[in-house]
Design a protein around this ligand. Structure first.
Ligand code: SF4
Ligand code: SF4
Length: 246
């Protein structure tokens, strides 16, 4: 479905953008059009009654200044400034539980729409996306370079102070315990399981082809450089291994 450039709200109550928007109108339009152009957008936004059922059932709305009803209304009325504003903080409160999607009488998916807004925030290198993702740089490094999210050697007492009495399990001799596991691919603490070199290279191709690496470069250039070095090294390792075989 093609979307008209002028919005419903502009036609009926005028331009919703204030006199001094945080960024130019063109930029806000570009961001909204990216969200709207996603193939999932029309599937996840079918109209909005403003009934508030989504907010009433949303766990995040109980704890934060956040309302899925408000987010859906901003998108439905194409309120460019409001959308941009919500992307600075509010969209990151969602827990992606999709209770809202199960309850909406219009079969909207507020959680799914929020995911589209998050992806656009990353694509446009918004500060909010950088701030939210910064604490996860170790996880992103591990995930992109190995396909594993966490490895035993990442689990330290300092890293998990909220584990309470379970902290004793972290202090256990992980090296010894992992070597005792019958499956050899789990005898390591540097990855959750050992990843075959060919699998790693295939994974890198996926990151490249799907734009994951471009997005990473937008939000964290240093991490991007580190990951490129790892990818180059592993590709060289695979080439050496193939030479040896032949
Ligand atoms: S998204 Fe659905 S549940 Fe939420 S206010 Fe709109 S119509 Fe109601
Ligand atoms: S997916 Fe997000 S917006 Fe929807 S109910 Fe869960 S936390 Fe709330």
């Amino acid at each position: 479905m093609e979307h008209a450039h002028s919005s419903r709200i502009q036609e009926f109550i005028g331009d919703p953008v204030s006199e001094n928007p945080a960024v130019g109108r063109e930029k806000m339009e570009e961001i909204f059009q990216d969200i709207q152009a996603d193939i999932r957008f029309d599937h996840e936004l079918n109209g909005c009654l403003n009934c508030g059922i989504c907010t009433a059932t949303c766990p995040a709305a109980h704890y934060y200044d956040f309302s899925p009803r408000e987010i859906v209304q901003l998108l439905w009325t194409e309120n460019l400034e409001g959308i941009y504003d919500a992307m600075q903080e509010k969209i990151w409160a969602c827990a992606q539980c999709y209770t809202c999607a199960a309850r909406c009488p219009f079969e909207n998916s507020p959680g799914g729409l929020i995911m589209l807004m998050r992806e656009a925030a990353i694509k446009h290198g918004m500060e909010s996306a950088k701030n939210v993702l910064r604490p996860f740089s170790r996880v992103m490094l591990k995930l992109i370079s190995t396909g594993n999210q966490l490895s035993p050697d990442m689990i330290t007492a300092d890293g998990f102070p909220d584990w309470g009495p379970n902290i004793s399990k972290i202090k256990a001799p992980l090296e010894v315990l992992r070597k005792a596991i019958p499956m050899p691919t789990l005898n390591t603490t540097a990855t959750a399981w050992e990843v075959n070199l060919t699998t790693s290279i295939e994974l890198y191709t996926i990151w490249e082809e799907t734009g994951v690496l471009d997005q990473l470069e937008t939000i964290d250039e240093n991490l991007y450089d580190v990951i490129l070095d790892i990818m180059d090294e592993k590709r060289e390792d695979l080439a050496d291994w193939e030479d040896e075989q032949s």
